[in-house]
Design a protein around this ligand. Structure first.
Ligand code: SF4
Ligand code: SF4
Length: 464
């Protein structure tokens, strides 16, 4: 049995009151404490130094409770009072799609080279000005590879001057001593770097780039030496699920600050590797391992794009006779699984606004409309904010307030973003076998119809 297997725990019965409390807290609290960072691919978690060693820590985990407070500020407060809508706390912004690598699982399917229609520096500044009217969010500058954009330092400085908190998601292969010094000089508190295996051979094969592993590790070391915090992101697939303990240990050996595991969402180039996606039971296993491992890990831990983690921690805590309180569980008690469209969103390289980088639907373009208007008025955003619209077993689930299922996976599977999360093993008590049988047919019909739509779209695109 591997350490990974050892992490499995049985599911306990539901503590209705604890969930109700958590749900209320999650909806209230994610702007005041840490939140999940559902980045597109290599993301960037906004800092916070985990510090310390697990030692005789009393509470569950510890490092994670010292996460970086997400953005918001007075602008967000004023916006919320005026509109009754939560302001964005974290925005992942793909400032370029150009990338020096072409990883198998890349959301952006990015390649080296210029992508037409990318936002200019002036356009980016205009959008930052508008964002700052409704919030002072953390802005994750991502890509592609954001360090390929020559004006990145000006973007960082401009965002900070506007009251936002920029961080950088990078593959780190371009981080020379000079770039590391610039990151520090421009007050980047943390970068995030994707490492998907603990060995160079496996990582380079996954990244389709010999030498990528060594270059990323070197970039991490340089950033740390310059005083910049580092978060390692790992996209979990069937290929590397059993390597999670080894990758965690590598992260610890490197002295990084955080370890975030991302569950593959097969869109972009990732759609080509749908077969590598863990089955629902695999998610349970990986997320249970995360729960157990972070009890003693010195790293700030955050499963991302795996909303059911927030159901799992409550089940496992209950089995241990605990409640998921802020005092005991830190930010895990205060946030919600999927925040896409709720306090988080994504802006693409050409200015399209989406709930997250994996949610393959454009809700508006900042080239044509103000970001603040899209955030406020998009019917899709407003649907995502209304948990009563969730369908299937997610709609019947007592954990929907703290989980909500991955809306991008529901969209990819059926074309209906409010459908049930297809990769969750949990069956809510209110979801009877009869309801399940009836809904399975509805789900299947949507999936078949959606496949046809996608096929037609593909044919149309091929004909252009
Ligand atoms: S829709 Fe899925 S991938 Fe997007 S933010 Fe929510 S959980 Fe993450
Ligand atoms: S059924 Fe849906 S809401 Fe409930 S735990 Fe699973 S994914 Fe989350």
């Amino acid at each position: 049995m591997t350490e990974f297997d050892a992490g499995m725990n049985p599911i306990d019965e539901v503590d209705e009151q604890a969930i109700a409390d958590a749900e209320a807290t999650a909806q209230e609290g994610c702007e005041t404490v840490g939140v999940a960072i559902p980045l597109g691919r290599p993301g960037g978690h906004p800092g916070g130094h985990p510090g310390g060693h697990p030692g005789d820590r009393q509470r569950h985990g510890g490092a994670r409770s010292q996460g970086f407070a997400p953005g918001g500020g007075p602008a967000a407060k004023a916006y919320e009072e005026r509109t009754g809508i939560k302001a964005p706390r974290i925005i992942a912004w793909e400032i370029t799609r150009s990338c020096n690598l072409s990883c198998i699982h890349c959301r952006a399917a990015a390649e080296f080279g210029h992508y037409p229609g990318e936002l200019s520096l002036d356009e980016i500044k205009g959008v930052i000005d508008d964002i700052a009217t409704i919030s002072n969010p953390i802005i994750i500058l991502t890509g592609g590879e954001p360090l390929m954009r020559p004006d990145i330092w000006e973007i960082i400085d401009y965002a900070r001057a506007a009251g936002c908190a920029p961080v950088v998601g990078t593959n780190a292969t371009l981080i020379t001593d000079e770039i590391a010094a610039q990151l520090a000089e421009h007050k980047i508190p943390r970068i995030s770097v994707s490492i998907d295996f603990a060995t160079a051979e496996e990582h380079d094969s996954f990244r389709r780039q010999p030498g990528a592993f060594a270059a990323s590790i070197e970039g991490i070391r340089r950033a740390k030496a310059a005083g910049v915090g580092v978060q390692i992101n790992t996209t979990v697939t069937k290929l590397n699920a059993d390597s999670l303990p080894a990758i965690h240990d590598l992260a610890e050996d490197l002295g990084v600050d955080a370890f975030h595991i991302f569950m593959l969402v097969p869109t972009g180039r990732g759609s080509e590797i749908e077969d590598l996606e863990l089955p629902p039971e695999g998610y349970e296993k990986a997320l249970t391992w995360a729960y157990e491992r972070q009890k003693t890990s010195p790293l700030h831990f955050k499963p991302t794009d795996s909303p059911h983690y927030y159901r799992i921690i409550r089940q496992l805590a209950k089995a241990e006779g605990k409640q998921v309180t802020r005092e005991e569980y830190g930010m895990d008690a205060m946030t919600r699984g999927c925040l896409g469209g709720i306090t988080f969103c994504f802006i693409s390289h050409i200015g399209d606004v989406q709930p997250c980088g994996y949610f393959d639907m454009q809700l508006g373009s900042v080239k044509e409309q103000k970001f603040s208007e899209i955030w406020t008025h998009s019917p899709v955003f407003n649907d995502l904010r209304d948990y009563s619209k969730l369908k299937g077993k997610c709609g019947a689930c007592e954990y929907k307030g703290v989980c909500g299922g991955c809306r991008a996976r529901a969209l990819a599977a059926t074309g209906d973003y409010m459908e049930e999360e297809p990769y969750c093993a949990y069956v809510p008590p209110a979801w009877t076998p009869e309801m399940a049988a009836e809904h399975a047919q509805v789900f299947e019909e949507k999936a078949v119809a959606w496949d046809q739509v996608l096929e037609e779209r593909g044919t149309l695109l091929a004909g252009q």
